[in-house]
Structures are given as structure tokens and as C-alpha cells.
Design a protein around this ligand. Structure first.
Ligand code: CS2
Ligand code: MG
Length: 405
């Protein structure tokens, strides 16, 4: 299975995605996702100029050796660009191995630990009522877990809701430069409890609830929020505070029993080592695309299992359907799987470019049995959607200080 060709394609069917295609001598190919939101061309260039030439002539079956070659072998370890490239190669090689074996990737990992994969949907609204109306739609579809985000009164645009358009913040429309949004911790903390109180009043105690703080609180503020939300039994509180210094979570943990989730921006097992081995978190949210592919996630998952930490992979729309497929295989295998974030398979235009054999029923992913990852990429269709520079917003405190977004 000698690698003969490596192609990198960046397209924008509704939002930007970087896709890697590895083709072997006999024409078998595998695909991987290398999207780094807002920095797509950095990873595209890295893959094309630095990684692709090193892959030609290697045996596509040597997934582990190629992973180590691209990680240890580059000297510059870790980092989002490097690790997204490693991830894309890794996914593509697992895809090829599955196709050659005639098995879905989860079988190669050791088989299923469950029949389907539980997900949580996102309800975002400009008011508590609108957020809960959106939640009702998901409850009717059968989702058993919902993340709630609500605009903060008195602030123009909040994480989850963007400005007057009230569009979902993740959708890159036309943003030639990063939009700026104000942030007030005081206003946020004065309002957030009302959202969860109203959700429990309207939907009862069985539905699982989660919330993403997007790292905007200091550790002691996060501890206060955890205590405040304890009565509403959240499944988890995500990114309550920045954890560049992982010890921040020791402080949060000392004050609250709310389950904590973190890790969507982490790139390797080393980034989550202290959080996991000190049991400062309950869910590790590393994504296949950003933490070294299926090989990276599998390693993190096994390490986390020792400390009773479960997995909850990042599933935002800036991860392509290829990442989604890769994670679905890891999710159905991982003995310590927790929950999968799910915001749909994509948009109408992205469906022209990506096709997938996975489906969702009542909030549960039915993982494909197609050999490989069960996802495909149409290069011709992608050519109709060229790259369109776009950025995530940035946050500023009301006095102008740049804040965490
Ligand atoms: C968010 C992300 O889904 C989430 O939990 O935190 O969507 C995040 O904003 C984006 O992935 C950033 O690229
Ligand atoms: Mg998040």
C-alpha cells in the first residue's frame, strides 16, 4: 500500500474546510480533516509544502510510524497547525486501512462498546424564552441532552448569538475581519442562573443540560458559577475558565461539585495530562482534528479512563464531516465515552461536497458499517466553493480590554 499521491483541498461550502486526500498505488484513497478555524491556509500550506513530500513512497499501513514521524520527527512538536496536519494524515490512513480490511474503523479499534452514540444539541437564543423554544424543538426530535446558551441582556452580541443578525456564531458568513463583541462578567453572572431555572421548570429533571462558558471567567468566578448552577444538575459545565495553567482547575474543583468539561483547543495528551491525572475535570473534549487524529484520541481516551474521566469530543461546525466520522468511530469504541457534541451533519451546500453513511435517530448517532470512515469528499463539487477568508469574533470588556473569546 505505497502512497502515491497526496492532495490538499481548501473549500468553503458555507464555511472553510481543509481536506487531505491520500491515494495509494492501487487507487485506494483515504480522507482527513485539517481545518483550523480562521487559520485554514496555514495548515493547508504546512501540509502541501512540508508534509506531503515526506509521505510519498511510504506504506499507508504504517499509521503509528507515520504518526511518530510527523510528531517526534519534526522537532517542533505539538501546536495547532502541526497537530491538525498530523490528524488529517492519521484519519486518511485509518480510512485506507478500513477500506482495505473491508471493515468500519471502529472494528479496527476493537469493536463497539455500545449500540449508538449519545449526542447533545445546541439551543441558542436572544432571550431565555427563545432559547427554551429552540430546546423544545430538539426535545421533540428525541434529543436527551441540550446545551443552552443565551444572549446577556444589555450586551450587543454574546457567544452563541451574533449581533443583530442573531445568527449562530459558528457560521462564517462574510467576515473579512474578526467582528468584536463586548463582554461583561457581571451582567452574565447576573443572568445565567435564570436560564437554567427556567429550563428545569419547563422541561423537568430528566433532560441533560450543559453550558459552555467559553473560558470567559477567572477561576474564582468559575467556582462561583459552578456553585450557582449546582441545583440544576448540569451534565457538565464547559470551559469554565482558561486552563493554560492547568492548576486553575484545582481551584475550581475545590469549590464545586458541578461536572467540568474542557479540552477542545488542546492538541496532545500532554495538554490534558495534569487535568486528567489530578481528576480536576470529568470530561475531556479533545477533537480528532485538533489532537492528532484517531490515534491521538485513542491514546487520550485510554489515559483518561484510568482516572474515571470520560470523553466528550468537540463537535462544532468548524470540524468537517470527516472529523465527525472519525469521532463517531472512536465514540462507539471508547469504553469511557461520555457524550458527543452534535450541531448537524452540515449545511445544504456542504452536503454537495461531503457525503456520509452515518445517521442520527432521536439524538443518537448510528455509526456507519461502510469500510473505512464512512464519509466521502467530492473534489469537483468542492471546486465550486473556493476559500473565503473568515474569522471568529474577538471579545472585549466594556472598557476595551481584549478578553477571552
Ligand atoms: C465551541 C466551539 O462547540 C463549542 O463548544 O466552543 O464551537 C468553538 O467556538 C469553535 O469551534 C471555535 O472554532
Ligand atoms: Mg466549547
Amino acid at each position: 500500500m505505497i502512497i502515491k499521491d497526496v492532495r490538499v483541498i481548501t473549500c468553503c461550502p458555507g464555511r472553510n474546510f481543509v481536506t487531505l486526500k491520500i491515494i495509494t498505488e492501487d487507487g485506494t484513497y483515504g480522507i482527513g480533516d485539517a481545518t483550523v478555524n480562521g487559520r485554514e491556509l496555514a495548515v493547508e500550506t504546512y501540509l502541501r509544502e512540508h508534509v506531503a513530500p515526506c509521505l510519498i513512497g511510504r506504506n499507508a499501513h504504517d499509521i503509528e510510524d507515520i504518526w511518530q514521524y510527523l510528531y517526534r520527527g519534526v522537532y517542533w512538536r505539538r501546536g495547532p497547525i502541526n497537530m491538525a496536519a498530523v490528524a488529517a494524515v492519521d484519519m486518511a490512513l485509518w480510512d485506507i486501512k478500513g477500506k482495505v480490511a473491508g471493515m468500519p474503523v471502529y472494528q479496527l479499534l476493537g469493536g463497539k462498546s455500545r449500540q449508538s452514540v449519545m449526542t447533545y444539541a445546541h439551543a441558542n437564543g436572544d432571550t431565555i424564552e427563545n432559547t427554551l423554544d429552540m430546546m423544545e424543538g430538539f426535545v421533540k426530535q428525541g434529543f436527551k441532552a441540550i446545551r443552552l446558551q443565551c444572549a446577556v441582556p444589555g450586551m450587543d452580541g454574546t457567544y452563541g448569538i451574533l449581533g443583530e443578525k442573531k445568527d449562530y456564531f459558528e457560521m462564517q458568513n462574510s467576515r473579512p475581519l474578526p467582528p468584536e463583541q463586548p463582554w461583561s462578567t457581571t451582567k452574565y453572572l447576573n443572568n445565567i442562573e435564570g436560564l437554567f431555572r427556567a429550563a428545569r421548570e419547563r422541561f423537568g429533571d430528566e433532560i441533560e443540560l450543559m453550558h459552555d462558558v467559553h473560558s470567559r471567567l477567572t477561576p474564582i468566578e468559575a467556582a462561583r458559577l459552578g456553585k450557582m448552577l449546582e441545583p440544576y444538575n448540569l451534565f457538565f459545565l464547559e470551559d469554565a475558565s482558561i486552563a493554560e495553567n492547568q492548576e486553575n482547575y484545582k481551584l475550581i474543583r475545590q469549590h464545586t461539585t458541578i461536572p467540568l468539561a474542557l479540552g477542545e483547543t488542546y492538541n496532545t495528551i500532554w495538554d490534558c495530562k495534569d487535568l486528567i491525572q489530578n481528576q480536576w475535570i470529568d470530561y475531556i473534549r479533545t477533537a480528532a482534528t485538533h489532537a492528532g487524529g484517531i490515534t491521538g484520541l485513542r491514546r487520550i481516551s485510554d489515559f483518561a479512563a484510568i482516572y474515571n474521566v470520560r470523553t466528550a469530543p468537540h463537535g462544532a461546525p468548524d470540524l468537517s464531516p470527516i472529523c465527525f466520522a472519525a469521532q463517531a468511530h472512536v465514540d462507539i469504541w471508547a469504553p469511557n465515552f461520555g457524550i458527543q457534541e452534535f450541531v448537524g451533519f452540515g449545511t445544504e451546500t456542504s452536503d454537495e461536497v461531503f457525503s456520509y453513511d452515518h445517521s442520527i435517530k432521536k439524538g443518537m448517532i448510528q455509526v456507519s458499517d461502510t469500510p473505512g470512515l464512512g464519509v466521502d469528499f467530492n473534489e469537483e463539487a468542492a471546486a465550486d466553493y473556493p476559500y473565503n477568508r473568515s474569522y471568529l469574533p474577538v471579545s472585549r470588556l466594556e472598557d476595551g480590554t481584549l478578553w477571552h473569546w
